[in-house]
Design a binder for this molecule. Structure first.
Ligand SMILES: NC(=O)c1ccc[n+]([C@@H]2O[C@H](COP(=O)([O-])OP(=O)(O)OC[C@H]3O[C@@H](n4cnc5c(N)ncnc54)[C@H](OP(=O)(O)O)[C@@H]3O)[C@@H](O)[C@H]2O)c1
Length: 255
């Protein structure tokens, strides 16, 4: 039985940093890297070596996840880590996207991590870890990042409740809540909307977020928050009314 880690959205940004760190774990035989673009994944495998197995899957398609689940059943790996990292944002108002575009974001950011968790859990033993990448955007409602922040709040709640349910099994579930990170997320997020997010205060590099997230997962924490700016925003969202938090966001973004 092979010891493996599964990382979704592995070919870029934060996911790539998780793969780099997990490659250092000697107990892991393989890292299963998932993203949509096969060519990017092939380049990725060339760079990081044969220990990385690649799977070109569009996680917005539930049938594809169910097919992936059938392969998991056939191979019966010992899944030591599941990192549900794939996700994306759109910086715009509710009316700037079609219904299909809006629901796709919900599928990738919410439905896919749940489906991946459900197909993986039967193959996760005591001492294994699930990391779901939520966001600082989960701490409060964010006008003009409305759907994205809602998906991340959903994922954070799901993860923290799951962590409690999994205590008996000895598997941890950690909601990772990064602030702004220097990744390619912005290429897909900026669609030229009239009102758009343009203040990215407190930006950090994703390697630091990944390192802390793995440390926190190994300590069975149900949340991982990296950096002073994001921690302050978390605290503010706990003590201030959400209406005030939304006002502060609007001032910061000059909406
Ligand atoms: N960057 C930030 O400021 C920030 C802040 C907080 C939280 N986050 C969260 O961090 C996570 C990683 O984002 P990132 O910043 O590293 O962005 P990124 O550089 O754009 O990476 C996204 C990764 O997800 C994959 N992906 C996107 N859609 C997919 C789909 N439908 N099916 C399968 N794979 C898909 C992409 O590959 P393909 O395009 O080839 O599919 C890529 O590998 C996301 O969940 C994001 O919401 C980011």
């Amino acid at each position: 039985m092979k010891n493996i880690a599964i990382v979704t959205g592995a070919s870029s940004g934060l996911g790539r940093e998780f793969v780099k760190l997990l490659l250092k774990e000697k107990s892991l035989d393989e890292i299963w890297a998932i993203a949509r673009e096969e060519k990017k994944l092939q380049k990725f495998q060339k760079k990081f070596g044969e220990k990385v197995k690649i799977f070109a899957i569009d996680l917005s398609n539930l049938d594809s996840i169910i097919e992936f689940g059938k392969m998991v059943i056939r191979k019966k790996p010992n899944i030591r880590y599941l990192v549900n990292n794939a996700g994306y944002a759109k910086f715009c108002s509710y009316s700037d996207l079609t219904v299909r575009e809006t629901i796709n974001m919900v599928d990738v950011n919410c439905s896919a991590p749940i489906a991946m968790t459900l197909v993986s859990l039967p193959y996760m033993k005591k001492g294994s870890h699930i990391l779901n990448i939520s966001s600082q955007a989960s701490f409060q409602p964010l006008p003009y990042l409305n759907v994205y922040s809602s998906t991340k709040a959903f994922l954070r709640n799901y993860t923290r409740a799951l962590n409690v349910e999994l205590k008996r099994k000895g598997v941890s579930a950690t909601a990772v809540c990064p602030g702004w990170m220097s990744t390619r997320l912005y290429e897909r997020a900026k669609i030229g909307a009239q009102k758009t997010v343009n203040n990215f205060s407190g930006m950090v590099s994703p390697d630091k977020v990944a390192k802390k997230a793995l440390q926190d997962a190994r300590s069975s924490k149900d949340m991982s928050v990296y950096g002073g700016y994001t921690k302050a925003s978390h605290l503010a969202a706990k003590v201030l009314p959400q209406k005030i938090m939304m006002k502060l966001w609007k001032i910061q973004q000059r909406f």
